[in-house]
Design a protein around this ligand. Sequence first.
Ligand code: SF4
Length: 89
Amino acid sequence: MGRVLIDGRCRQGTLPLRGGTLDGAGGGALDRAMVDYMERPHGEQRCAGCSHYLASALAGPQCDLVAGRIAPHGWCAQFTVPATADEPA
Ligand code: SF4
């Protein structure tokens, strides 16, 4: 079972979350191991379909939670389905 973030805190300690950038600054602050990141999809779930995915022609694929580059076909335990426009606010 993967580790769980609650209110921006990891069970193993406090980890400040920062927003990802599109200019190569490195995405989020979480280490891959802390979110069970892997370089392959998890069923139908993959980074490119996650609400935390940041695509950049300059910096390459990044995540607003996980540090460094990620793969569009990767996955981690923080995968989140993006909200759709027709969902109630
Ligand atoms: S699946 Fe994980 S690593 Fe991939 S974009 Fe979503 S939160 Fe980031």
